[in-house]
Design a protein around this ligand. Structure first.
Ligand SMILES: Cc1cc2nc3c(=O)[nH]c(=O)nc-3n(C[C@H](O)[C@H](O)[C@H](O)COP(=O)(O)OP(=O)(O)OC[C@H]3O[C@@H](n4cnc5c(N)ncnc54)[C@H](O)[C@@H]3O)c2cc1C
Length: 525
């Protein structure tokens, strides 16, 4: 009985994540396990009412979520007080009142979005869900007494937990260790400060009457590339603005094929962005960037986008407390996102690293898309873990494993109303790619907007129809037409139609093969 109720509860939680599975990827709707699950759960939803009063246990349980990152916002939404067992209280602790959605931040830097549009408001979301929100920074954790120390305005607090989960993201790599970086550059972390710092720099620049600027972006990863394009777009109306991208490697996006790499170079060239490879920063002064290869670059504005590094909370404090962290300070979790040293600790997103993966696979890279994808697994495993405390069962054997997707649709916004995408080894370019990116990102954000939070009444089933996947796509285009469509860059392409082609290719290997072959032939390869 307990198990049946719990699985229904999990089912409801998972059902609401259909769109999240679609985030930044083309989901094989008619083949994926996730979809089958969601279908099953959707039908469960229609026949079952799970309410808080259904919970058979009366022992109070405490789940604490540290950090309102991309995975945890989904957990918050799934644990509404009328859905979760009545003995379970949930607390979210975050240093900030709003979570920044990084996928839209470069668009905001380009002025395509307002800063407001990039934020998930944690307070309304937690209030809606009946979850306690503590605005503060977790500075320590006692794993024996299960207590977190939280630094808040006006003092420190202790927060107890039965199960705790961390989704605290990362910090900017090299920012503290590189002389001058902290003092003179605008770092990408915390990401909410990035926009404010750029806005402040712009106000000063415009007030000074200066029309020229020399922008240097340190970091040739996706974030650095997008920010270079974003700064070009943002200061397009000024005078002579140079934008330089410093890359420590020998080529950008090395994991993509030659065709995609060339497409990126062409985009950067079109936007007059200079790339300097093999450029490791040695130190920075107020006016110059000194590279390890002895080169010196003058600059007026420097954005530090050199990659992700772990928080001291994990690397130093929790390591000292005995929690398993790897040599770079990431919290070591198994395939179920559960700490390998403490079963009641979970972690997801940038702050976690998956260890002991089969076939020597490595943990996924630090990207928001993986944090988002781990959300539904986290919902399932946290609920199972809590449930196991109540029925005294071994949760570990029942936890669901997270299998990070190997490849996904990568989208780079260009700041000018177009975007560049990579999928199936194909470069995709044009306004339609931007519209696709905008759609995927805004769809994700809409899940958490206050006005979209459903009105759940006590004792009523959770109507999850708003999250149901749209599975009825039109018949796939003929192979020739599909291939031609994906290669188009003109403004007339309808993004929905191209998106459907990408989904059809994902869903049907043969179709994919034929479309790719057709494109190859048409390009004389
Ligand atoms: C400019 C830029 C653009 C990017 N674009 C993309 C993209 O398009 N696609 C993509 O896949 N990835 C992108 N990324 C990478 C992406 O931002 C990260 O991988 C993603 O944010 C990680 O999400 P997360 O859930 O791990 O943590 P985050 O989203 O960073 O959230 C962590 C939360 O934890 C809170 N927190 C931290 N420490 C504590 C503490 N001690 N106590 C309490 N709260 C704490 C923070 O306030 C924050 O709200 C981009 C990164 C940058 C910098």
């Amino acid at each position: 009985m307990v198990r049946r109720l719990l699985s229904t509860w999990i089912a409801i939680s998972l059902t609401q994540c259909n769109h999240v599975y679609c985030f930044k990827s083309i989901i094989p709707f008619n083949r994926s396990l996730h979809f089958k699950r969601c279908c099953t759960f959707t039908s469960i939803r229609k026949t079952t009412t799970m309410t808080a009063t259904s919970s058979p246990s009366t022992t109070p349980r405490k789940l604490v979520l540290v950090g309102g990152g991309h995975a945890h916002v989904q957990v918050l939404k799934s644990l509404h007080k009328f859905i979760r067992p009545s003995n379970l209280s949930v607390t979210l602790i975050d240093a900030q009142s709003d979570a920044s959605y990084s996928g839209m931040v470069p668009g905001c830097v380009s002025k395509l979005y307002t800063p407001d549009e990039t934020l998930i408001r944690l307070k309304p979301l937690t209030t809606w869900a009946g979850i306690e929100f503590v605005q503060g920074t977790v500075v320590d954790v006692n794993l024996d007494s299960k207590v977190l120390n939280v630094k808040k305005e006006g003092g420190e607090d202790e927060v107890e937990f039965d199960v705790v989960c961390f989704d605290i993201g990362s910090t900017s790599r090299g920012l503290v260790d590189t002389i001058g970086a902290l003092e003179y550059t605008i770092p990408t972390r915390p990401i909410s400060n990035l926009i404010t710092r750029i806005e402040e720099a712009e106000i000063l620049l415009r007030q000074s009457g200066e029309k020229d600027a020399n922008v240097v972006v340190v970091g040739g990863g996706a974030a650095g590339i997008e920010l270079a394009l974003a700064m070009r777009a943002r200061w397009n109306d000024l005078g002579d603005v140079s934008v330089t991208l410093l890359d420590s490697g020998t080529e950008l996006v090395p994991s993509e094929n030659k065709r995609c790499r060339q497409a990126l170079l062409s985009v950067l060239d079109d936007h007059d962005i200079t790339i300097q490879h093999s450029s490791m920063v040695s130190h920075i002064t107020s006016s110059h960037i000194h590279l390890q290869n002895e080169k010196v670059l003058p600059y007026t504005h420097c954005i530090w986008a050199a990659g992700a590094s772990s928080h001291d909370l994990a690397d130093v404090t929790m390591r000292k407390r005995g929690l398993a962290v790897d040599d770079r300070g990431w919290i070591a979790v198994n395939e179920s996102l559960q700490s390998i040293s403490h079963p009641f600790v979970f972690a997801a997103g940038d702050c976690a690293t998956m260890v002991g993966l089969p076939k020597g696979k490595s943990s996924p890279p630090k990207a928001g898309v993986y944090a988002v994808r781990s959300g539904p697994i986290l919902i399932e495993n946290l609920t199972k873990m809590i449930g196991s405390l109540d029925d005294n069962s071994e949760a570990n054997n029942k936890l669901t494993q997270y299998e990070p997707q190997g490849d996904f649709l990568k989208l780079i916004m260009c700041g000018d109303g177009t975007a560049l995408g990579f999928r199936f080894g194909l470069p995709l370019r044009g306004k339609w790619v931007w519209h696709l990116k905008d759609k995927i990102d805004t769809m994700f954000m809409e899940l958490f907007a206050k006005e979209n939070l459903p009105d759940i009444k006590e004792g009523e089933a959770y109507d999850t129809s708003q999250y149901d996947a749209i599975v009825n796509r039109p018949k796939p285009l003929e192979v020739e037409e599909a291939g031609r469509l994906l290669m188009r860059t003109d403004d007339e392409v309808e993004y929905e139609q191209a998106w459907n082609v990408l989904r059809d290719m994902m869903a049907d290997d043969d179709y994919q093969k034929h479309v790719l072959k057709l494109i190859e032939m048409s390009q004389g390869e």
